[in-house]
Write a protein that binds this ligand. Structure first.
Ligand SMILES: N[C@@H](CCC(=O)N[C@@H](CS)C(=O)NCC(=O)O)C(=O)O
Length: 209
């Protein structure tokens, strides 16, 4: 088994934190996104989506998408459960993880990729060259600001994003907040609940993965 990874990138970090929380060790290979190795013939043959993380099992089966990889490991190693225990918890975790991804993570990605000079003509991950749209970068920043407010409100109501327990939704939210640093946006003084939560998560050893 091998996990194709790129240490500085946010999506594979979601998987690395997840694995570390479960104490699972998987051999990794770095795909240098700065050098655009994801677009090279060798990696493209493995994963036509040209993105990391990407997991290849011993029988050659490939699993892309960070959440698909996490679900695979959750099924193999259910403890500690990070996608919820009971049906209600599972529904809540799924909901909040999607909210964190769609409203938060994708907003940061929109703002970052449509503005960063290094991503000229690479406004979306994947094999298709796509032009940057500056208006999307601006809209992304507004969405991120709104996301921080919503995250703070949620964390004023519950200790963790999906309720009383730490879950994959916290991983997505944490990676999103740190990713926002790339576009120089961060939690403000008014986001006391989210700041407390972020500090608490930062002290979990897995967060450094
Ligand atoms: N939805 C995918 C997104 C994967 C993704 O966007 N990965 C980025 C790194 S964070 C990537 O490989 N980018 C390649 C590129 O920009 O061409 C997932 O969750 O795994």
């Amino acid at each position: 088994m091998k996990l194709y990874d790129y240490k500085p990138a946010p999506s594979p970090r979601r998987v690395r934190i997840f694995l570390a929380e479960k104490n699972i060790e998987v051999p990794t290979e770095q795909i240098d996104l700065r050098a655009q190795s994801q677009l090279g013939e060798e990696f493209r043959r493995l994963n036509p989506q040209c993105a990391v993380p990407y997991l290849v099992l011993d029988d050659g089966t490939g699993i892309g998408e960070s959440m698909a990889i996490c679900r695979y490991f959750e099924a193999l190693y259910p403890e500690p459960p990070l996608f919820g225990r009971t049906p209600v918890e599972q529904g809540q975790v799924e909901m909040w993880n999607r909210v964190m991804e769609f409203d938060g993570y994708l907003a940061v990605a929109e703002a970052f990729r449509n503005a960063a000079p290094g991503f000229k003509d690479r406004a979306l991950p994947g094999p298709l060259p796509l032009e940057q749209i500056p208006a999307l970068a601006e809209r992304g920043r507004l969405r991120v600001a709104r996301f921080f407010d919503a995250l703070d409100e949620r964390l004023g109501a519950t200790p963790f994003v999906a309720g009383d327990r730490y879950s994959v939704a916290d991983i997505t939210a944490l990676v999103t907040v740190d990713f926002a640093g790339w576009i120089k946006l961060g939690l403000g003084a008014q986001h006391g609940n989210a700041r407390r939560w972020h500090e608490q998560l930062a002290s979990r050893p897995a967060t450094a993965a």
